[in-house]
Design a protein around this ligand. Structure first.
Ligand code: OGA
Ligand code: NI
Length: 187
């Protein structure tokens, strides 16, 4: 890893670039629901959206068949922007099967997280995924979790809820959602 990745300037620049990507994605996701472009971004706190970088380090494992890097889960964020190294491992669950996420150099992997599922009242589904380990190569991934601020109240958008489409999710503060998720409590 080059030391420039660790520099404060590099992180600030990366965050700035990610903000533009996330803003665009939220506009497209809003339009996809037939809403004004700014609706989702507003509902997630506008300029107060929080960005959290995590670095996953998966050492080589002699028996990848017996170990998991990350157990299956959905991300509790609104969106996750993930950059992996070239060692495959991320898998996505669809139609009863685990699929490898194809590694495309310089591409960003975008996860829909739980908060987008909630806001869209289930029209968008948060992606169920896991990470497997490699027999002889180190795998690293750099996900950035983009979430509403802790006190932001998130629930199905009123525009999407009516008698035929009742709310499928509770409306609650993001920090309360996070607490329940981390402690495996019912939402
Ligand atoms: C995560 C995650 C997958 C990966 O950190 O939430 O799903 O590819 N990581 O490392
Ligand atoms: Ni994840």
């Amino acid at each position: 890893m080059s030391s420039s990745f660790l520099s404060r300037e590099a992180n600030e620049e990366y965050a700035q670039c990610l903000r533009e990507v996330v803003d665009k994605l939220l506009v497209l996701l809003s339009l996809g629901l037939g809403l004004e472009g700014n609706v989702m971004r507003e509902a997630f706190g506008r300029d107060d959206l929080e960005y959290l970088l995590k670095i996953n380090y998966y050492p080589p494992c002699p028996r990848p068949d017996l170990a998991l890097g990350v157990a299956p889960h959905t991300d509790m964020s609104a969106l996750t922007i993930l950059v992996p190294n070239e060692v495959p491992g991320l898998q996505v669950f669809k139609d009863d099967h685990w699929f490898d996420a194809k590694y495309i150099p310089n591409a960003l992997i975008i996860h829909i997280g739980d908060q987008v599922e909630t806001l869209s009242n289930g029209k968008y589904k948060s992606v169920y995924h896991r990470a497997i380990v490699n027999k002889d190569r180190v795998r690293i991934s750099w996900p950035v979790f983009c979430s509403p601020p802790p006190d932001m109240v998130v629930g199905p958008l009123p525009q999407l809820v009516n008698e035929e489409n009742p709310a499928k999710y509770k409306t609650k503060k993001y920090k309360d959602y996070e607490y329940c998720k981390l402690n495996k409590l019912p939402q």
